[in-house]
Every structure is written in structure tokens, then in C-alpha cells.
Design a protein around this ligand. Structure first.
Ligand code: NZQ
Ligand code: ZN
Length: 393
């Protein structure tokens, strides 16, 4: 094992019907709450009413801020920060998927952040820059309505800047939520496409670490395999039966475990996420769908660098019978791509109208936003701009 530091202070209340407990969970943090959710939130009206009622039962004053879009923008965060300051907010509660939870975290930190809020994100931290990550935030409580990002139990937020077409991360211990009320019944209403995008995201989180993470981590590999096999087992089940509580709870816990730090301590490489973020920022592709566009192609390019990992993926995750090395590995990747297509996720750029002539801009954005000082995308095997172009092609 490599050295690492693991820290995660989030209290998780994982319980179907648990949404009624939000008031009790929130009470210790103050009397003025900013309730953050999507702008178009008809599917959540009932949920937001329940959350509001459980807060009001405890005489907590609720300021609604229902203005968050998928792939939330720094401008939306700025408006939330202003409302927090105006209403003297004590606690920020996010009710929604990763976009809402990330925006809630950024709003909570933005209240204390001096200067341009975009400076909070990693892509602002170029060599020689004096900008800083946030170091203080209001407390937050998360109520996830999707199984996907695991944002409810991590200290990361992903934000977009429409002006610069950038999508980038902010992370700090101050962004850990105080608590997450995880009520999987809230995910019953998730449409098939968003369910599938969430499944692709969970799978990608575990897979990027499994095939591209640290060497020789026998404790982590079975955890990652369990996550991958859970997604394979449950994704189709909930697509057929959206109200399958067993399926929804398994996916939701898998999403949390995949990205709360426990499944990959000490590992920070997610190169396909960096490419996916550019596809989301430029073409509005949903996050999970953006990963599906690049993962199989990346794997077909990279397998010769990690043959053992790819063989284990094929045989232990995708249940491909062991045959010749190359044919087994490629059959595993094919099976993964078939799974994505079967749950309704495209794996080719033309499905989103992205053309050959767009690719130079995509590669240039990945390079500008995510390359290191060696002009490479950090990864187990660092990627050059040329390799990224080949993967996209
Ligand atoms: O379908 P629509 O009407 O658009 O409504 C919402 C939302 O727009 C829908 N939805 C959510 N919960 C629902 C529901 N519809 C019906 N019933 C429900 N219960 O789903 C749409 C997508 O929601 P969004 O919050 O964008 O999805 P997701 O959870 O996938 O979050 C994606 C964002 O999280 C970031 C992504 O980059 C992206 O910005 N990520 C955050 C991470 C983190 N904090 O650790 C890590 C991830 O890798 C990811 O980068
Ligand atoms: Zn992701």
C-alpha cells in the first residue's frame, strides 16, 4: 500500500422515508436555512414540501433558492451566496443530484470567500497564481435525489463557468457536509436516462480507479469489483422497475462508497473525468453520458499498459471466460460498452452532434484546464494531447 491520509466526517442517515428527519438533523446548526434545489423541479415539489415541513416543525426559517441547473454555474453560486448573506443563513441544505449538492457546498464556502468566486476552483490555480482554495464554509446537509456522484459524502464540488467554457473542481475539508439524509425512495422518480447516466457515473468512478489506480492494492480491488458488479446487477433492474427499493438502495450506497474516499485512498487520477467535463461544458452532455463517450475508447487504447488489471476486469467483473490475453481483455471492454448501450447511453460522439472538426477545441480545452507542468494529463500512464485526440477519434 502507498501512504495515504483518510478523513471523512459525514454522518450518513441511510433510510427509506428518512426525508422526514431532515428537520431533526438540521436543528443543531441554526434557525435560518437556505434550501437549494433545481430551477425546474416539478418532480421534487412533494419532496421539497416534506423537507420544508420537517424544518418548520422545528421552527426553522426556510429561504428557498431553487435556481440550480444541471452542471451548475459559478453565477448561480454567486446568487446563492448573496441570498445567504442577506438572510443571515446558518445552514445550507441541498435537495437534488450532484449539481445541487455541489452548488450548495460552493454557496456555503462562497459566503466566506474573498474576491472572485471562480478563484475557488482548481483550474484558477495555475503556477505563480496567488489564489486559494476555500478554507471555511457554512455547515451543509445533503438530501440526494439521484444515485451518481456521491457528493453527499465527499468534500468536492464541480462547477462550470459559462464565460470561459470551463468545468473544474473545488475541494477542501471545509466542504464536507455535516450530514446526508439518504432516502432512496426519492430516486424512484428519476427518469430512465438520468438513472442510466447515474449508473454510468458510478461505474466510471470505480473503474477509473480499478484499471488506472495504484498498483498492488488487494484491499481496494474487491471493493471496486463489488461496486462495479452492483451497478451491473441493479442498473437494468431499476430501469425495468423504477420503484425497486432494493435496486435503488444498492445503487445509492454504491455511489456513495465509490467516491467517499474509502474505495481508493491515496489515488486522485480520473483522467476521463477531465475529458468528460470538457464535453459537458462545450456540448451540454450530462455528466454520466460524457464518461460513457470516452471510457471504452480510452480502455481500448490503454490496456497494453495494465494488462493484469484489464484481464481481471474482463474475468472478474464482466464474467468473460479466460481465453487468450488480448481477446479476453477486448471482450471485457466490448461487454462494458454493450452494457452502456443496453441501458440507453451512447458511446459515440456523433450521438451528440459532436464532429471531427470539434475535436481540436476539445483537446485544447483539456490541455488548458487539466494538463500538468509536463504538458500531460495526469494518470497512471500520463496522456498526451495526441493520445486524447486518438481516444476521441
Ligand atoms: O431530468 P431533469 O428534469 O433535468 O431534472 C434533474 C436534473 O436536471 C434530474 N433529477 C435529479 N433527481 C431527480 C431528477 N429527476 C426526477 N427525479 C429525481 N429524483 O436529473 C437531472 C440531472 O441532475 P444532476 O444533479 O445534474 O445529476 P448528477 O447527480 O449526475 O450530478 C452531475 C453533476 O455532479 C458533478 C458533475 O460534473 C455534474 O456537474 N460531479 C460531482 C462530483 C462530486 N461532487 O464528487 C463527482 C462527479 O464525478 C461529478 O463530476
Ligand atoms: Zn463522475
Amino acid at each position: 500500500m502507498n501512504p495515504f491520509e483518510f478523513y471523512n466526517p459525514v454522518r450518513v442517515i441511510f433510510e427509506p422515508g428518512g426525508v422526514a428527519k431532515v428537520g431533526a438533523v438540521a436543528e443543531p446548526y441554526g434557525k435560518n436555512v437556505l434550501l437549494v434545489s433545481y430551477g425546474e423541479n416539478t418532480f421534487l415539489t412533494d419532496v421539497l414540501d416534506k423537507v420544508t415541513a420537517s424544518l418548520q416543525e422545528r421552527e426553522i426559517i426556510v429561504s428557498p433558492f431553487f435556481e440550480i441547473s444541471p452542471n451548475p454555474t459559478i453565477e448561480e453560486v454567486g446568487r446563492g451566496v448573496e441570498l445567504c448573506k442577506k438572510e443571515k443563513i446558518d445552514l445550507v441544505i441541498g435537495v437534488g443530484g450532484g449539481s445541487v449538492m455541489d452548488a450548495a457546498k460552493a454557496i456555503a464556502a462562497g459566503v466566506y470567500y474573498e474576491g472572485d468566486l471562480w478563484n475557488m476552483v482548481a483550474s484558477s490555480h495555475k503556477a505563480g497564481s496567488t489564489v486559494a482554495f476555500p478554507s471555511k464554509a457554512l455547515p451543509t446537509v445533503m438530501v440526494p435525489t439521484m444515485a451518481a456522484t456521491g457528493s453527499e459524502m465527499n468534500c468536492c464540488a464541480v462547477l462550470s463557468n459559462e464565460a470561459t467554457k470551463e468545468k473544474s473542481y473545488v475541494w477542501d475539508d471545509c466542504l464536507f457536509p455535516q450530514a446526508a439524509v439518504v432516502d432512496s425512495e426519492l430516486t424512484f422518480s428519476l427518469p430512465a436516462y438520468q438513472t442510466a447516466c447515474g449508473a454510468a457515473d458510478i461505474f466510471s468512478h470505480a473503474l477509473e480507479f480499478y484499471i488506472n489506480g495504484l498498483e498492488d492494492t488487494p484491499v481496494n480491488y474487491p471493493i471496486q469489483e463489488g461496486l462495479l458488479r452492483t451497478v451491473l446487477l441493479r442498473a437494468e433492474e431499476v430501469l425495468e422497475n423504477p420503484n425497486s427499493l432494493q435496486g435503488r438502495t444498492d445503487l445509492q450506497w454504491a455511489s456513495i462508497v465509490a467516491l467517499c474516499g474509502i474505495s481508493q485512498p491515496g489515488n486522485a487520477w480520473t483522467p476521463m473525468h477531465q475529458v468528460g467535463h470538457v464535453l459537458s461544458a462545450r456540448f451540454g452532455v450530462a455528466h454520466g453520458a460524457s464518461l460513457a463517450l470516452v471510457m471504452p475508447s480510452w480502455m481500448r487504447k490503454m490496456w497494453p499498459t495494465r494488462k493484469e488489471r484489464y484481464l481481471e476486469f474482463a474475468t472478474r467483473v464482466m464474467d468473460v471466460p479466460m481465453g487468450g490475453e488480448e481477446s479476453t481483455i477486448l471482450a471485457g471492454i466490448d461487454a462494458f460498452e454493450s452494457f452502456l448501450n443496453k441501458i440507453g447511453i451512447a458511446t459515440r460522439l456523433d450521438a451528440f452532434g459532436i464532429k471531427e472538426e470539434d475535436l481540436d477545441d476539445v483537446v485544447a480545452d483539456v490541455r488548458r484546464i487539466s494538463f500538468n507542468d509536463d504538458d500531460m494529463l495526469p494518470s497512471h500512464t500520463p496522456l498526451t494531447a495526441e493520445t486524447i485526440r486518438e481516444i476521441l477519434t
